[in-house]
Design a protein around this ligand. Sequence first.
Ligand SMILES: C[S@@+](CC[C@H](N)C(=O)[O-])C[C@H]1O[C@@H](n2cnc3c(N)ncnc32)[C@H](O)[C@@H]1O
Length: 461
Amino acid sequence: MVTQAEITTMSDKGSTRVLFNEDNLSEEVRAVLGEITACIGGSNAQTLEEAGSDENSHIHLNLDQGEASDLYDRLQNHFQSEDQGPSFSEIREIQGAIPQAPDRLVNVEKADACKVHPSDSGRDDDGNKLGIQSDSVNLIVTSPPYWQLRDYGMENQLGQEDSPEEYVEKIVNALDQWEDFLHPQGSIFLNIGDKYKNKSLVGIPGMFAERARKSRWTIRNQIIWSKDNGIPSPAKDRLVPRHEHIFHLVPKDDYYYDLFGYSQAFGNGSNPGDVWNIDHDQNTGDHLAPFPRELVFRAVTLACPPAICPDCGTPHTRQIERPLKNLNPDRPQAQRALEKYDNSKLNKDHLRAIRAVGISDAGKAKEIQDATGGNDDEIQELADEAKEVLGGYFREFTFPLPKTASWSGCDCDANPVPGLVFDPFAGSGTTINAAYSLGYQAWGTDLDRTNFELKLDHFTD
Ligand SMILES: C[S@@+](CC[C@H](N)C(=O)[O-])C[C@H]1O[C@@H](n2cnc3c(N)ncnc32)[C@H](O)[C@@H]1O
């Protein structure tokens, strides 16, 4: 079992620099090291297999500068994103229903995101038709260029408009076009920032929200993406901006949403709130302004069904149950309550009665209401009996933890496929790579597709 790794590289002057040193390697890191040793042929490195035969062995790789810094970046990224949020495997476990689909869609097309149509649209301007169909997209996660921030040097690029009104107008018109791609239960997560002009903030997020509402989009959340790192500012008379806005927009009220899965993956409590603290990933390559992977993980966990019916498009939804004895293992009181119950003659009817009666004192029978408007005498009697045996611990059984019972879909007789994520301003492909690595289908467009590279995340298992 390899427990330690140290990656060193020779500098030009011949001295050795330690790039990475870690004890107690995780499975994922060991997998990466195995991959790297295989890649460099093992001639100047002890392979993992050799190292693996020795308890507490220490793996030492002599890599050239390029290989070493690539590995270093990947490991750094890995640890950073692990610190920030759940790992791939944790998210996958929570999204357990992502079906295997060998011919999953994945691509980024060169196209103007403001003029795109589904492949099956009746329009004859073929140049703008994408390889995906109407109603097929479950989630759009995207970050259009900010207004007058960066010139990408391309014809038809967004963000160079003379006024913020014109800019916002173009984005909302684009949203209206994307609606053709969106499944009726689909969602959009759109990242937008503000801008200073003549010393004042322009207020672009507010302008966007107002314009989107006018176009009949429902704004479900205006998430604050806060970050501790960012571009330094020379300003001496104001604070440096360390937040941006992410709008969650839906065309219809009945949208797919998995708050339970999201809370398990990212939250503390049943509804973790609308502030996302996510630092920029370290290794952002050459592309300007990519957003962090975790932002994509959060959006897909919340609003992209892991499985959909390929025939009718219905998303599979999580069904939650609260088993009577599913108490929080972190609460010593809950464990004691279970012990008391297991050692007693009480049965599940007693637990059901406790649930019906609720947290209020079981002795105050008639004041207590259940969902039907009142607890009948029998239920009250059972609850009283249980209280007699469990004492104060009976309260623990009033709030058993919810858990996933199953995922339910439609009645079609078809094997489900993974949900489809779309990023019309794909850039370096953060959305595409993060979603595809998790097992989803992913599609994108960008006027300049040269920054995109399909990179399956190396830390997937
Ligand atoms: C802020 S970046 C997106 C970064 C991306 N989220 C990532 O993680 O790499 C905006 C992207 O929009 C592209 N772009 C600008 N105008 C466009 C347009 N009209 N249609 C499609 N892409 C456009 C730019 O080439 C750039 O890659």
